[in-house]
Each structure stands twice: as C-alpha cells, then as structure tokens.
Design a protein around this ligand. Structure first.
Ligand SMILES: Cc1cc2nc3c(=O)[nH]c(=O)nc-3n(C[C@H](O)[C@H](O)[C@H](O)COP(=O)(O)O)c2cc1C
Ligand code: SF4
Ligand code: SF4
Length: 268
C-alpha cells in the first residue's frame, strides 16, 4: 500500500508510477482524513510506502500529524518504507521519518528520494526550476522509480540525496521553518483573479473557500504545499510580497494531475 500526500502533484505522479510497477494499492490522503482527529485506515498489501514531498529537509508537518494520529489497522505486521520527492536534497528527512515510524511501534525500512521540479518559492533566493531543468527531472523520474521498485523488498542502504549539512538543515532549519515560514496568513489573490476556483479545487486541505464575490479566502488549516499558488491559471495567488516575480510549476500535466484516469491514487 502506498499512502500519498501531494500538494502539487509531483509525489502523486511518482507514487502512481511506482504503483504501476509494483501493483500496490495507492491511497491519497483526503482533506477530511488529514484534518481528522482520529483517522482510521486499513493497511493492505505486503508493505506500507509513505509518499510525500520533502519540506525544509523534513517530513511535512501535516504528514507527521497524520502518522501520530492514524489508527492504521494491520500496520504492525508490515515494513514501512519512505518515498519522498524533492527539488534537490532531503537532508536528514529519512531519520525524522524513521523516528516517527518507530514512535508508533512500527518497523521502518529503507528510504528513497526522487528529484522532481521544485515547488518552493516563498523565500528570497528560491524559485521554480527553469523549464529545461524541470523537464529533465520529469524525464528522469520513471528510471529512478524503476530503480526504487527493484529495491523495495531488498535490504540495503537508503537511496536518497541527503545534500550538504543535513543535520543542520533538518535539526535546526526545519523546526524554525515550521514555526516561522508556514503561516497561510500572507496568501491573497491579486486583482488579476478571475474567480475560477482552481486554487480551492487544488488545495489538499480544503483550506480555501470562494466568498460571495468569488474571491478566494484562505483559512488556517494549511499544509503549506503551495498547490494553490502553482494551480492559478492567471498567476494571481501571492504570498505577501515574497512571490513577486517568481515562477509557477504547472504540474506534470496542465490539468490537475489528480485527474489522470488510470494512475491517479484513490482518495481515502
Ligand atoms: C514548503 C516547501 C518546502 C520544500 N522544501 C524542500 C527541501 O527542503 N528540499 C528540496 O529539495 N525540495 C523542497 N521543496 C520542493 C518539493 O519537495 C518538491 O518540489 C516536491 O516534488 C513537491 O511535491 P508535490 O508536487 O507532491 O507537492 C519544498 C517545497 C515546499 C512547498
Ligand atoms: S491553502 Fe494553498 S498552500 Fe495551504 S494547503 Fe491549501 S493549497 Fe496548500
Ligand atoms: S485560481 Fe487564481 S484566478 Fe482562480 S480563483 Fe484562485 S486566485 Fe483567482
């Protein structure tokens, strides 16, 4: 079973690709499940793959919260694996994930990372990849996933890109980022907004509602995935002034990758 959290579709597409090879059932966490106080899920298959994007060299807080709270029937008898997508590197994300899995009394196994187009844009110096770099990452993904699929049930080292200063990034920067860098408050729609609702439809937390004038309003249940920012067809979602002049990653397909008929994980 592959349990998927994905804001902008990279992880969903990567997990779907893996599932197409391994035949694992793929379940994408719905807003209701992610927001639930005591979610319940039934483990299926021979292993559990936790698939999520790397956030600030760690596990997205919304995924950690879900891991802490879920009643995952059958999870004790299975090995847990990690599949993360990232723009560049994951620091000590695998160590953080392993600690979270162990804290539940589950058995953590290997961790795998896949580079995909970068979605993080809300700090100075961070922007989306050039089209050529994004295309190259997307083109390389299937081969990387095949390599991972062949390793899933074998013992061995993690297949990850840790990058430089992993300890500092995960132990020092991650907690700071979670406290200071993930507030949804600065999100707003600029005057170019047409009221199409694509931002609200994309949100994996159901955190955006359109008001009577069809202007999006952000609430507080935000995973900071930036899906709303990247989904806007008119580039109208802004994060304070931080996103001025920044690019968007439209996703592997121009439509929401969720809608792919055969490979889209089912929602739970
Ligand atoms: C809040 C946030 C933090 C991120 N932090 C990292 C990071 O530490 N390292 C990295 O390589 N990519 C980072 N990224 C990029 C994403 O991990 C990457 O683009 C991922 O494929 C997005 O997956 P998704 O489309 O499933 O949401 C970050 C993206 C966001 C939105
Ligand atoms: S409001 Fe935007 S950034 Fe927050 S969870 Fe929804 S789509 Fe992601
Ligand atoms: S996706 Fe963009 S244009 Fe559409 S409602 Fe949201 S902010 Fe407005």
């Amino acid at each position: 079973m592959i349990i998927v959290f994905s804001g902008c579709g990279n992880t969903a597409a990567t997990a779907s690709r893996l599932a197409a090879i391994t035949g694992d059932e793929t379940v994408r966490l719905s807003p209701a499940v992610l927001r639930a106080e005591a979610p319940v899920l039934k483990a299926t298959g021979t292993r559990i793959v936790w698939a999520f994007p790397t956030y600030s060299w760690g596990v997205p807080p919304v995924v950690r919260r879900f891991m802490r709270r879920v009643r995952l029937d059958g999870a004790d008898r299975l090995t847990h694996l990690m599949l993360t997508t990232c723009g560049d590197d994951i620091g000590d994300c695998a160590a953080m994930w392993r600690a979270d899995v162990s804290a539940r009394g589950w058995e953590p196994g290997r961790a795998f990372s896949v580079q995909m187009p970068n979605t993080y844009v809300t700090m100075p110096g961070f922007d989306v990849d050039t089209p050529a770099v994004a295309e190259a990452k997307v083109a390389a993904m299937p081969a990387r996933v095949s390599e991972i699929a062949a390793e899933l049930d074998r013992p061995g080292p993690d297949l990850i890109v840790r990058g430089s200063w992993p300890w500092v990034k995960t132990r020092i920067i991650y907690p700071w980022f979670v406290r200071m860098g993930m507030s949804p408050r600065p999100f707003h729609a600029t005057e170019r907004c047409t009221g199409c609702g694509a931002c609200a439809r994309r949100c994996p937390m159901a955190n955006i509602a359109l008001d009577a004038d069809r202007r999006p309003r952000w609430s507080t249940e935000c995973a900071f995935c930036l899906g709303c920012y990247h989904a806007c067809p008119t580039g109208s979602v802004a994060y304070g002034r931080a996103t001025r002049g920044k690019g968007q990653w439209p996703g592997i397909r121009t439509r929401h990758p969720n809608q792919h008929p055969t490979t889209e994980p089912k929602e739970c």
